[in-house]
Design a binder for this molecule. Structure first.
Ligand code: SAM
Length: 288
């Protein structure tokens, strides 16, 4: 997979040389290229921002600078040149990703979908963000050229100073899903937000007793089936306690009779529409 990151702080992306992502780059699984947006400025001061139309605080990133940078990195110059004859045969499809607090929240399903792409381009904003016409323009381009698509994504309901942290998060979440990056691919499946749709059970290692706290006995039993069941029960309990809305969204067919009994013992109801937390059963069935 190829990932291009455009930023005014290329050094911010230095952690991409470390750990599993760094190894994936060395192994040639991931080709990350970090670009300084200022390389596409035309003035002596390498200006990327200006005052907002309509007044107000802060500065806004200029669309003309972003446009030159993105056309080049997305390979659109080639597409436009070739369009007179036919579609550019060498342009690989690229997904333009724009981090912004007003974007769609990033989740594991999105990371999985992005891991199937061949080329991601991440446009890191600063100041009050990027002129709104940039996303609008590339959406129009995407309507015309199958080789481009555009997504605005958010890390969560808070505001960061810039998109670089969001780029780091996105690259790490996607890179670890690429074949060969995580040593044992089974560990991906058993994690929180994996195929079970549940949060992961608690994990333990040596020593078996630490500061008066014992590892759950079943984990020392060597009894594979009991351990599996305990882990499933713990995953259900954690999800019900910490993120009940995830449990309510899960595939109703994913619960076995033991899950139903356990959920009922916590006051949950388990009808054809899936589990409903205590007090929400009526709401759930009327919605269905
Ligand atoms: N004025 C913008 C607003 O209120 O929506 C916030 C701009 S923020 C200070 C500057 C940049 O940080 C954004 O353009 C974006 O790249 C990044 N950013 C800030 N919060 C983010 C979040 N929750 N998710 C993703 N990117 C974020």
């Amino acid at each position: 997979m190829r990932v291009d990151v455009l930023t005014i702080f290329p050094e911010y992306l230095a952690p991409l040389d470390l750990s599993l992502v760094g190894k994936a780059r060395s192994a040639g699984i991931l080709d990350v290229r970090v670009h300084d947006l200022r390389d596409w400025t035309l003035d002596r001061h390498r200006t990327v921002d200006d005052t907002p139309f309509g007044g107000g605080a802060g500065m806004v990133m200029r669309p003309d600078v972003w446009g030159r940078a993105l056309d080049e990195v997305l390979g659109l110059e080639r597409v436009v040149d070739a369009s007179a004859a036919s579609v550019d045969p060498v342009a690989a499809p690229a997904r333009l990703l724009i981090p912004t607090p007003s974007g769609t929240p990033l989740d594991q399903r999105t990371a999985e979908a992005l891991a199937r792409e061949s080329h991601l381009v991440i446009a890191c904003g600063r100041y009050e963000g990027i002129d709104a016409r940039v996303a609008e323009h590339y959406r129009r381009v995407a309507d015309e050229h199958e080789s481009v698509s555009v997504s605005e994504f958010s890390l969560g309901d808070y505001v960061l100073n810039g998109g670089e942290v969001a780029a780091l998060v996105l690259i790490e979440a996607v890179a670890r899903l690429l074949p060969g990056v995580v040593g044992n691919p089974r560990s991906l499946d058993e994690e929180s937000h994996g195929s079970s749709g549940l949060l992961e059970y608690g994990v333990y290692t040596k020593p078996p007793t630490w500061r008066g706290l014992d590892v759950p006995e079943v984990l020392l039993s060597g009894h594979h089936a009991r351990i599996e069941r305990w882990r499933r029960d713990e995953a259900l309990r954690r999800t019900a306690e910490r993120r009940p809305e995830i449990l309510e969204r899960a595939d109703p067919g994913a619960f076995d009779p033991h899950d139903h009994d356990l959920l009922s013992s916590w006051g949950w109801t388990t009808g054809p529409g899936g589990p409903r937390r205590p007090g929400e059963a009526d709401q759930g069935s009327s919605a269905g």
